[in-house]
Design a binder for this molecule. Structure first.
Ligand SMILES: O=P(O)(O)OC[C@H]1O[C@H](O)[C@H](O)[C@@H](O)[C@@H]1O
Length: 529
């Protein structure tokens, strides 16, 4: 296509919403002229499925659950008045609690206002809050936010060291829908221990967001935590950012949660349009289908040219890959669906992996995200009539062109400015695109059966570790190779035994020592007497 034709194609396919302050350009995706016609019945079915979902259908059949994240932004859509009341009541409590914390009405036991927030959670109970915190945070935040999002002891030590003596003025928010996720339980226990060591009573600093009656809920009740907020079974973890999960930390940080919800609500309204060409979520879903043959044959590279959107691709990784990456479709056929997402930020990535995007294996399509407003106020001229932001915008256009000229397709989402409304709109846009795409490829986007396998196997490893330690201690001082120990335990998984022993010997917690032999794998292990 020559430049003139490209300009025409750009104008023909550019989606613009003044209300949302958002544009979507799909002109650099090479779909054929009859593409929308061919996909029309599929996308209409997706709209019908989505309308049923929003109306309260059991849209997650495996778990027999409704899927209600859209109601969070517009409770009047909720299928029962009880649900609407729950949503409204929780939002009001989030706002009041944050206001009380900011005003010092709820303060640290030393009488000082809380100045920091430690959020403990993982997956959907961390990624949304982290994305919102990073995209909208500033030096003016009411509370400085920290995260424990893993069971990595050193990672937690690092966060605690950063907090330092300010722990005495740190509110800790433990988030887990199920209330039984081990990483989060461990983070909570490690935080509690840090408070104890500082002579502080954890319960007076702790808040829980979890399902009623969960293990975490029971702990919060038993220990008299400051407050508890609900999570509902009709909100999935990866779509929970507009529930208390995302709103409470954001409100505590001092961010504009009304703006976030308003942006999401407006985007929901816009993306309910049954006219695909006028519906940016449908356009995204259709482009994913076009680019990957509806089978995930190409990766989605998300390239926001904005530091504040750095965590967006990480957030989208869970939202999209946990939703779309499924072994079977809704009819039980093995399909091994997926849509791989990765990305970081431009123009930084231009100096890292854009080389491969431009010249290497053409197994991806790019999504550029552009923010028109560079910063608050005016900018320095780094050259005559050129600002740093002009460079950022120039690099985006340059990379888009360089990719296209070498046969690499891309879309571009443009937002006017990056405020809470825009972040809410981006979240809602992708939530709906995922739902529509799932319908197009006939899968359940709202369960995650594959995640359980790893958790179950990890449980078995820890049980085996217990048996290993018991055996070593029974015969303290005697050294065993992994093979000997496996035979002693009647355990076929010698490799697992060996790897557990290696880890035990590398840490001072369990009193296990390794004696090396000539061949690394026949080293022997003993419990110190
Ligand atoms: O919020 P939680 O129940 O602690 O769950 C945290 C995360 O854990 C899981 O393994 C799921 O795959 C995620 O979808 C979820 O967001």
């Amino acid at each position: 296509m020559d430049k003139r034709q490209l300009w025409e194609r750009y104008q023909e396919y550019l989606y613009v919403s003044d209300e949302l302050g958002l544009m979507l350009d799909i002109s650099r995706m090479n779909f054929p002229p009859d593409f929308f016609d061919r996909m029309e019945s599929g996308i209409q079915k997706a709209f019908t499925d989505m309308a049923a979902l929003e109306g309260g259908a059991i849209a997650n059949p495996d778990e027999q659950r409704m899927v209600g994240h859209y109601w969070l932004r517009n409770p009047s859509l909720a299928p029962t008045p009880a649900i609407a009341t729950e949503i409204e009541g929780t939002l009001a409590r989030v706002q009041t609690f944050a206001a009380h914390i900011h005003a010092g009405k709820v303060c640290a036991p030393n009488g000082r206002p809380f100045t920091r927030l430690l959020v403990v959670g993982i997956g959907g109970s961390a990624l949304g809050p982290q994305f919102v915190a990073d995209s909208l945070g500033s030096a003016a935040d009411r509370l400085k936010v920290h995260f424990f999002d893993n069971t990595d002891p050193d990672g937690m030590d690092r966060v605690l060291a950063e907090i330092g003596p300010a722990l005495a003025e740190t509110l800790t928010l433990v988030i887990s829908k199920s209330g039984g996720t081990k990483e989060t339980r461990n983070g909570m226990l490690e935080a509690r221990e840090a408070y104890r060591k500082a002579g502080l009573d954890f319960g007076k600093y702790a808040v829980a967001i979890t399902g009623a009656g969960s293990e975490l809920d029971a702990t919060a009740v038993a220990e008299g935590w400051l407050a508890r907020f609900p999570m509902w079974d009709w909100v999935g973890g990866r779509t929970s950012v507009t529930s208390a999960v995302g709103l409470l930390p954001a409100a505590l940080q001092g961010l504009d949660i009304d703006g976030l919800l308003a942006g999401a609500r407006l985007c929901d309204e816009t993306t309910r349009s049954p006219i695909a060409r006028a519906n940016p979520a449908a356009l995204l879903a259709l482009m994913w289908h076009y680019a990957t043959d509806g089978r995930g044959t190409k990766d989605m590279v998300v390239l926001p040219y904005k530091d504040r959107l750095l965590l967006f691709s990480r957030y989208l990784q869970q939202l999209i890959m946990e939703s779309i990456g499924k072994e079977t479709d809704l009819d039980g056929r093995v399909v091994n669906q997926g849509l791989t997402v990765y990305g970081n930020k431009g123009s930084t990535d231009q100096h890292a992996y854009v080389q491969q995007l431009r010249e290497g294996i053409p197994n991806f399509f790019a999504t550029f995200i552009e923010v028109l407003a560079d910063r608050e106020g005016r900018s320095l001229l780094v050259e005559p009539d050129v600002t740093s932001g002009d460079y950022l915008a120039g690099f985006l256009q340059g990379t888009r062109t360089a990719l296209y000229d070498n046969g690499r397709e891309s879309m571009t989402i443009t937002v006017e400015k990056l405020d809470a409304r825009a972040v809410g709109a981006l979240i809602a846009l992708y939530e709906r695109a995922v739902g529509l795409y799932a319908s197009l490829v006939n899968i359940n986007a709202y369960h995650q059966p594959g995640v359980e396998a790893g958790k179950k196997a990890a449980g078995e490893v820890l049980a085996l570790q217990g048996n290993i330690l018991a055996a070593l201690r029974r015969i303290a001082g005697k050294a065993f190779t992994a093979e000997e120990l496996a035979a002693e335990l009647g355990e076929e998984e010698t490799e697992t035994v060996f790897r557990i022993l290696l880890h035990l010997a590398a840490n001072p917690d369990h009193g296990v020592e390794m004696e090396r032999s000539e061949s690394f794998c026949t080293g022997s292990f003993a419990a110190k007497g």
